[in-house]
Design a protein around this ligand. Structure first.
Ligand code: SF4
Length: 181
């Protein structure tokens, strides 16, 4: 089966790609994450995904559309369900890329993270799959999260400290004790 793996960052993709390959899938990666702020942080994570694709030898497709104003309008981060919309927008774009790449299915490296809303991943992925007409694969990969951090360290990949948007950075560092180096 040809499977497109939406990649949120290099570290999360290490064990995600390994998992789907071990399950017999022919993996193509896809990076589309306009939710990452600021722009240079986005560039660091994109570079990490490219470095992993080179070392693990898989094709990485890119959509480098980066428009923070559009993202804020689409996701409406002032509302409590912003993460669901943020995930949903990326799942729909990944589904369309999977169809364009003649893949049988798509999935996402978000499913390895203990910090993500897994109900939203599973539901928004399924919704995108039904809209586009390509299968969505969800598996709870959180048991492999620790190994993914270790793999990223070994490969020297950039490891971020917050989810992506400016709100998540504030949530990570708002307490003064976390501002200390
Ligand atoms: S915290 Fe993460 S998933 Fe939620 S809106 Fe921000 S970037 Fe998207």
């Amino acid at each position: 089966m040809r499977t497109l793996v939406h990649i949120c960052c290099g570290p999360c993709a290490t064990e995600t790609v390994a998992h789907w390959r071990e399950a017999g899938h022919d993996v193509t990666g896809f990076f589309f994450n306009p939710n990452i702020h600021p722009f240079m942080e986005y560039r660091r994570r994109l570079t990490g995904a490219e470095e992993l694709a080179t070392s693990a030898e898989f094709e990485l497709r890119l959509d480098e559309t980066y428009d923070p104003a559009r993202w804020f309008a689409q996701v409406r981060p002032q509302e409590p369900d912003r993460c669901r919309r943020c995930i949903g927008a990326r799942m729909e774009r990944a589904a369309r890329e999977a169809a364009a790449a003649d893949c049988d299915a798509f999935t996402t490296s978000l499913a390895i993270s203990p910090w993500q809303d897994h109900a939203a991943i599973a539901e928004e992925g399924l919704k995108a799959a039904q809209t586009v007409g390509v299968a969505f694969l969800y598996e709870d990969l959180r048991p492999r999260y620790r190994a993914s951090r270790e793999a990223a360290k070994q490969l020297g990949l950039y490891r971020q400290k917050y989810c992506g948007c400016v709100l998540s950075e504030w949530e990570r560092y708002r307490h003064k004790d976390r501002l200390r180096p």
